[in-house]
Design a protein around this ligand. Structure first.
Ligand SMILES: Nc1ncnc2c1ncn2[C@@H]1O[C@H](COP(=O)(O)OP(=O)(O)OP(=O)(O)O)[C@@H](O)[C@H]1O
Length: 323
């Protein structure tokens, strides 16, 4: 019998708001809903991609998974256990097993540390290892990410952007994590280097069976790496499904709009007539947040509570047209 992959992470009904406007006395006047009632799961060895335009809540969701932001509502489960209740050894295990690679390797690497020290820092903190052992482990990690050992004694400023991102990946791998939150890991890199880094992520996954929560506003990158995809709009997941469902059987008008804006993903014949209305991007008190920009909107959308509709076992959409 084939083993079903273990579920590494699950979010249930997670929301996060930030104070948007404060009055003269510092009292909060308006709240920004950055993440809105999001539920998701990530299984062992799979990549869950997240797409959506700037400010839709992708990074906040990533930070919630990493416990760098606390949700106001909802629960994050690591292997079935609520992370807000994990203590001591159990909490440390979760933090070791869920690592991050951020967009800008320049700012995420300490400029005063040598490359081998950066890569082995997590091991130094978590395990009692000698300097010799740490360096040996760092050299092997550099090798895993395609960097020659001769870089071990260099400093970050001596490396190119792509090489620095390889160092950040090696650092994330040092503690043998089960899940990596990769937040726009290729966006700061030259186009020619982006594909190499995407390939590195995929090679590592194949060898180690790691899972990725892969955030990117680049649709071709997300399509290439992901098994499943979430589409976010103003903090809501408006569509989710297997990669081919989201990209080929696109259901939500917003997802269609996103895909339309990347010409190489859609041949002219396949393009559907979805255009943005000229309406400004106004904030609605209730109803579908995409309403002001939607070309297929109806009056009922203004009272729609964003309940999701199952198109298949794996494909879900939050749009009143499907209810
Ligand atoms: N610490 C914070 N305080 C106040 N507002 C915040 C904070 N962090 C994020 N936000 C706001 O929450 C919303 C979602 O931000 P987030 O960074 O999660 O979006 P994103 O989809 O990752 O965008 P980008 O692609 O530009 O990184 C944005 O409007 C952002 O300004």
């Amino acid at each position: 019998m084939k083993n079903t992959p273990t579920e590494i992470l699950r979010l249930e009904g997670v929301s996060k708001t930030f104070p948007l406007k404060k009055d003269f006395f510092g009292r909060v006047k308006k709240l920004l809903k950055a993440v809105n009632n999001v539920s998701l799961f990530i299984k062992q060895g799979e990549t869950l991609g997240v797409i959506g335009e700037s400010g839709c809540g992708k990074s906040t969701l990533g930070k919630i998974i990493l416990d760098l932001e606390k949700p106001d509502r909802g629960t994050v489960y690591y292997k079935g256990r609520d992370i807000s209740k994990l203590k001591g050894k159990d909490y440390r295990e979760y933090r070791r097993n869920v690592q991050a690679v951020f967009q800008n390797p320049q700012s995420s690497l300490n400029p005063r540390m040598k490359i081998w020290e950066i890569v082995s820092e997590g091991l130094r903190i978590n395990f009692k290892l000698s300097k010799k052992e740490l360096k040996e482990r760092a050299l092997s990690l550099l090798n895993e990410v395609g960097l020659p050992s001769s870089y071990a004694d260099s400093y970050p400023h001596q490396l190119s952007g792509g090489q620095k991102q390889r160092v950040a990946i090696a650092r994330a791998l040092a503690l043998s994590p089960e899940l990596i939150v990769a937040d726009e890991p290729t966006s700061a890199l030259d186009v020619s280097v982006q594909a190499q880094i995407v390939n590195l992520f995929m090679d590592i996954q194949e060898k180690k069976g790691i899972s990725y929560f892969f955030i990117s506003h680049s649709l071709p990158v997300v399509e290439a790496v992901s098994d499943r995809v979430l589409v976010m709009y103003k903090g809501y997941v408006v569509e989710e499904g297997k990669t081919e469902e989201v990209f080929k059987e696109t259901a939500h008008p917003y997802t269609r709009l996103l895909i339309e804006s990347v010409p190489e993903l859609f041949s002219k014949k396949e393009r559907k007539a979805v255009t943005t209305l000229e309406a400004e991007d106004e904030e609605l008190e209730k109803g579908c947040p995409f309403y002001p920009r939607c070309s297929v909107r109806k009056r009922e959308c203004l009272s729609y509570d964003m309940e999701s509709f199952k198109l298949t076992e794996t494909h879900k959409v939050s749009c009143i047209l499907y209810l």
